[in-house]
Design a protein around this ligand. Structure first.
Ligand code: DC
Length: 446
């Protein structure tokens, strides 16, 4: 089955970049910024001493430029002639030259080919000027974002103030933006235009979140929309999960006066990792069975699968990924990372095993590694009452009250403060554990 492509086109500062990134993140699709490729090429041309060169000279130079792409955290990264240009592609010299470079038909063909080579990587959200018209006319869904030029000039000015440290002049920014608009709209090859069948969104008076919500609801209600494929495992039966969830929910309500708090923190869509403390076999159901609107996948030790034929069938049917804890199972971890990157939710106990004394246990760095690699929000949960109801080595379940508290997600930005630190995986694991601990009402009253 071929991957799905969502095209988002529009003029500068129409909100395209932020919106595309967020839409891709929520869907678990890969985000591609095609403008960054034009900018990188322009940067290379400037570096190679071809500033102001004729289009013919630039076209001849193309054969000496190579780009390599990779995907990290659902974002396409690239190098140009083996160098990552970083934020230099947003510098003023690049800004001034890029429209002229992008107007050269051969350059457009070259960039278009590179963009099309990305389709095997996964489902894509591609932003640009001609994505729905020229690069991917077959895109399943096309959007065109627009905004009043004065508003776009204001947005670009604010952006550039951040980048250039406040040295820019608003009139200059406005003039440059209008010049680029004209360039993009009037060039003979692939001018900026709305693709036939594209959905136009006027963003002047909308917040980014409003635009993202509109786009997501259009995508979800379209017949071409495909949920990222979750588990490719024989025996996976989503209906068994659903029936089991309702059964356990009724059980907890009746016998444990079950309550949940903070369910609003559990995202309705997009890849994420749910984590909680672990005191009892009742924890997975106490955390997951009141989450109505999405499937929660589990990582569980493989010995659980071997307890009986029924357990083996059930664990596979509800979508459990077996993990061999004796040797830090890389395959299972990779499977889990793929699953969340595709926009699914997985549930993990960072402590690994059930507590013996009811207290939280230290966590290992492995969970920090998983969180960093997955690059998605982590939702902490604290389960209270399961230790009293059914601790390790207990033979009978006591009918104590069970309550689950969900907290604000730990975001990839929260984790990025540890970037470059050799101890970062342990620090991320500790941060997540501290957020779980903070949800215990006994701690918040301290
Ligand atoms: O979106 P941006 O500002 O990063 O784009 C940089 C330049 O590249 C801009 O002048 C328009 C051009 N561009 C284009 O012509 N076609 C695209 N698909 C993307 C960008």
């Amino acid at each position: 089955m071929s991957n799905l492509i969502i095209a988002i086109d529009g003029p500068s500062a129409s909100g395209k970049s932020t919106v595309s990134r967020k839409v891709a993140e929520r869907l678990g699709y890969i985000h591609v910024d095609s403008g960054a490729i034009y900018r990188a090429l322009t940067w290379q041309i400037i570096n190679d001493g071809l500033t102001g060169a004729s289009p013919e000279a630039i076209v001849r130079h193309l054969s000496s430029v190579s780009m390599r792409f990779s995907v990290e955290n659902l974002v396409v990264l690239f190098t140009i002639n083996d160098v990552d240009p970083g934020t230099a592609i947003r510098s003023l010299p690049v800004q001034e030259q890029v429209s002229a470079v992008a107007a050269i038909p051969e350059v457009r063909g070259w960039v278009g080919e590179h963009l099309r080579s990305l389709t095997p990587l996964g489902n894509l959200v591609v932003e640009g000027r001609d994505i729905g018209t020229v690069v991917f006319p077959e895109a399943a869904l096309k959007f065109y974002l627009d905004a009043d030029p004065e508003e776009r000039a204001r947005r670009r000015y604010r952006e550039q103030q951040d980048f250039a440290g406040g040295k820019t002049n608003p009139d200059e920014v406005r003039r440059a933006l209008l010049r680029r608009d004209a360039y993009d709209q009037l060039r003979s090859t692939a001018p900026l235009a709305m693709a036939p069948g594209a959905c136009r969104i006027e963003t002047t008076h909308l917040s980014i979140e409003d635009v993202v919500t509109q786009i997501l609801s259009i995508i979800r209600s379209s017949p071409g929309y495909r949920l990222p494929k979750a588990i490719e495992q024989d025996g996976f039966r989503p209906l068994v999960y659903h029936i089991s969830r309702v059964f356990f929910l009724c059980y907890l309500w009746i016998f444990h006066r079950y309550e949940t708090h903070g369910l609003k923190h559990v995202p309705r869509e997009g890849g994420c990792i749910l984590v909680s403390n672990h005191a009892s076999y009742l924890d997975p159901i106490a955390v997951c069975c009141n989450i109505w609107n999405r499937h929660v996948y589990f990582l569980a030790r493989d010995t659980l699968f071997k307890q009986s034929r029924f357990m083996e069938w059930w664990a596979v049917a509800v979508g459990t990924l077996p993990i061999d804890r004796t040797k830090g199972d890389i395959r299972a971890l990779k499977g889990a990372i793929r699953l969340v990157r595709q926009g699914n939710m997985i549930f993990i106990f960072p402590e690994g095993t059930r507590t013996r004394d009811g207290r939280l246990q230290p966590v290992k760095a492995g969970i920090g590694f998983l969180i960093e690699k997955a690059g998605v929000p982590v939702i902490p949960a604290y389960v209270r009452g399961t230790f009293e109801a059914f601790p390790r080595d207990a033979r009978r379940i006591k009918h104590c009250k069970i309550t689950t508290y969900f907290g604000k997600p730990v975001t990839p930005a929260d984790c990025s403060v540890f970037k470059g630190d050799p101890e970062r995986h342990q620090k991320i694991a500790d941060l997540v554990m501290s957020r779980i601990a903070a949800l215990d009402p006994a701690n918040s009253s301290l």
